[in-house]
Design a protein around this ligand. Structure first.
Ligand code: ATP
Ligand code: MG
Length: 457
C-alpha cells in the first residue's frame, strides 16, 4: 500500500521542519508549502490525503485555502492549526469542513491522534463512496411485458454460467444494458467489463485494440499497449456490433477464443487471458453467414446462449414505465420536478412504432423535460412524427368525430390557460365557462388543475 501523503502549510519554516520530522518518523509521505497559494498548487495532482494548515499567512490564509479547496472539488481532509486561535476562527474552520482544530504550541501527541482520526475518516468516506458507486452500477432493467420478462428471466439463468452470450436486438433496444446486467449478475462482477465497439474502430486498428501491440510494431505504436482481451482478464469482454467485424479480424478472434490466449500485434509470445465473451449485433448473422461476410465457425463459438431483446413496438406495456423512469432519472440528475404525461399523450406514445426503440423514447422524454414548461405534458407537446401515429394522417385510423372534438377542446383550453398565465379564473372567464366546469373538464382529460394553478405566473 502506498504511503499516505500529508501537506504541511505554514509560513514558518521551523514549524514545517519539526512537523515534517515527526510525520516522516511515523511513516507518512510529506509535502510542504509556505503559503496558501503554493499549497493550492501542490494539491492539484490529487496525491495529497490530508492538509495541515496554519491560519494567518500572507496572500491566501488558511480559511481562504479551505474555500479554494472546497470550490475546486479537490478531495482532502483538513486540519487547522493556529497560534492566535479565537473560538470564532475555530468555528469558522470547522463549518467550512476542517475536521479538527489544534492550538499552537502543538502537542505532538494530539497532532498525531488527530491525523490518524482524519485519515481513518477519509478511508471510511472513500469506502462508502465506492459502495455507493457499486450499488448505482446495478443495472435496473425496466419492463413488465411478458416478452421483456422472459428476457429478464433468461438473463438470470445465463448470467452465473460462464457461457458465451450472443445478444440480438434492433438499434437502441437495450443490448448493451443486457450485457451489463449479465456481467453484474455473474461471478465476475467484481472484475471489469470491457467493451469494444467493432463498428466504430477502423479495421487496421481493431487488432491492436483487441490484442494490444508492442512498441514499434507499426507506425504510431510509440508505446507497448495492452489489448482489451488482457485488460478484461478475469472479467467480461463485450464485443458490440460483432456483425461489423472484418473477416480478417474474425479469423483472429476465432483463434483467441480457441486458445484463450492473445498475441499482441508485433509480439512473439502469447498472453493467456481468462475472459467471458458477450457479443451483440443488430444484424442477422445467419444471413451474413450465407452472404459470406460472417464466419460460421466463429458464429458457433459465440452463440452458446442466444438472447433476443424485443423491439419496443412489440412490448407496448413497457412504454409507460420506461417513459416515467426516464423522466424521473432526468429529474433526479438535474434536480428539477418530474413531469406527468396526460393519458392521451401516453396513448400517443403507445401508438408510435419506435424505430429507434428505447433510446428514441429516452431522447423524447429528455426533450419534453427541457421544452415543456408546465408540469403536465399534453398531446400538443408531443412532437412530429410521434404525434402522427394513429391519428388522422392516413386511412386506417381516422379519428372519430368525438375524439377530434375532444382533442380540439383540450388543445384550446390549454392554450387559453397558458395565455392567462395559468390563472384558472381568468382562463375560465375567457372561455366563457364556470371555473368549476373548467376544473372538471381538465380532470376528465387527466390533467390535474392544481398543478397548473401552482405554476401561476
Ligand atoms: N430495460 C431498460 N430499462 C431502462 N433503461 C433502458 C432499458 N433498455 C434500454 N435502456 C436505455 O436505453 C438506452 C439504449 O440502450 P442500449 O445502449 O443498451 O441499447 P443498444 O441496443 O446497445 O443500442 P445500439 O444499437 O445503439 O448500440 C440506454 O440509455 C439504456 O440505458
Ligand atoms: Mg449498443
Amino acid at each position: 500500500m502506498s504511503k499516505e501523503m500529508i501537506l504541511i502549510v505554514d509560513d514558518e519554516e521551523n514549524i514545517r521542519r519539526t512537523i515534517r520530522a515527526i510525520l516522516e518518523d511515523e511513516g507518512y509521505a510529506v509535502r510542504e508549502a509556505d503559503s496558501g497559494s503554493k499549497a493550492f498548487t501542490q494539491l492539484q495532482d490529487g496525491q495529497v490525503d490530508l492538509v495541515i494548515t496554519d491560519v494567518w499567512m500572507e496572500d491566501i490564509d488558511g480559511l481562504k485555502l479551505i474555500d479554494f479547496i472546497n470550490n475546486s472539488g479537490i478531495d482532502v481532509e483538513i486540519i487547522v492549526i493556529s497560534g492566535h486561535a479565537t473560538i470564532e476562527v475555530a468555528v469558522q474552520a470547522t463549518k467550512k469542513g476542517a475536521i479538527d482544530f489544534l492550538e499552537k504550541p502543538l502537542s505532538f501527541e494530539k497532532l498525531l491522534l488527530s491525523i490518524s482520526n482524519a485519515l481513518k475518516h477519509r478511508k471510511l468516506k472513500i469506502g462508502n463512496r465506492w459502495l455507493l458507486e457499486q450499488a448505482s452500477r446495478e443495472v435496473q432493467l425496466i419492463g413488465t411485458s411478458p416478452a421483456y420478462q422472459k428476457l429478464v428471466h433468461d438473463i438470470e439463468l445465463a448470467a452465473p454460467s460462464e457461457g458465451r452470450v450472443l445478444i440480438y436486438g434492433e438499434n437502441g433496444s437495450g443490448k448493451e444494458m443486457v450485457a451489463r446486467s449479465l456481467h453484474m449478475k455473474s461471478l465476475r462482477a467484481d472484475m471489469p467489463m470491457v467493451d469494444i465497439n467493432c463498428a466504430a474502430i477502423p479495421d487496421e486498428l481493431i487488432e491492436s485494440e483487441l490484442f494490444g501491440h508492442v512498441k514499434g510494431s507499426f507506425t504510431g505504436a510509440h508505446e507497448t499497449r495492452k489489448g482489451k482481451f488482457v485488460v478484461a482478464n478475469g472479467g467480461t469482454l463485450f464485443l458490440d456490433e460483432i456483425g461489423d467485424m472484418s473477416l480478417r479480424t474474425q479469423a483472429k478472434v476465432l483463434r483467441v477464443l480457441q486458445e484463450n490466449a492473445v498475441t499482441p500485434v508485433g509480439g512473439t509470445r502469447s498472453i493467456s487471458a481468462d475472459v467471458r465473451i458477450i457479443a451483440a449485433t443488430n444484424k442477422n448473422l445467419a444471413q451474413a453467414i450465407e452472404d459470406g461476410s460472417f464466419r460460421q465457425d466463429l458464429y458457433y463459438r459465440l452463440n452458446v446462449i442466444e438472447l433476443h431483446v424485443p423491439p419496443l413496438r412489440e412490448r407496448i406495456e413497457d412504454i409507460p414505465p420506461l417513459a416515467n423512469h426516464f423522466i424521473q432519472q432526468f429529474a433526479d440528475e438535474r434536480k428539477v420536478p418530474p413531469k406527468t404525461l396526460v393519458p392521451k399523450a401516453m396513448d400517443m406514445l403507445k401508438m408510435y412504432n419506435w424505430p429507434g426503440n428505447v433510446r428514441e423514447l429516452q431522447n423524447l422524454m429528455e426533450r419534453l423535460m427541457i421544452m415543456v414548461r408546465e408540469n403536465t405534458v399534453t398531446v400538443q407537446d408531443i412532437p412530429y412524427p410521434i404525434n402522427r401515429s394513429g391519428d388522422n394522417d392516413d386511412s386506417h385510423h381516422p379519428l372519430r368525430l368525438k375524439e377530434a372534438r375532444e382533442a380540439f377542446e383540450l388543445n384550446h383550453m390549454m392554450k387559453v390557460i397558458r395565455m392567462s398565465g395559468n390563472n384558472m379564473s381568468k382562463a375560465a372567464e375567457l372561455l366563457g365557462i364556470e371555473r368549476s366546469y373548467l376544473y372538471r373538464k381538465l380532470k376528465q382529460y387527466g390533467i390535474e388543475p392544481e398543478t397548473i394553478r401552482q405554476n401561476k405566473r
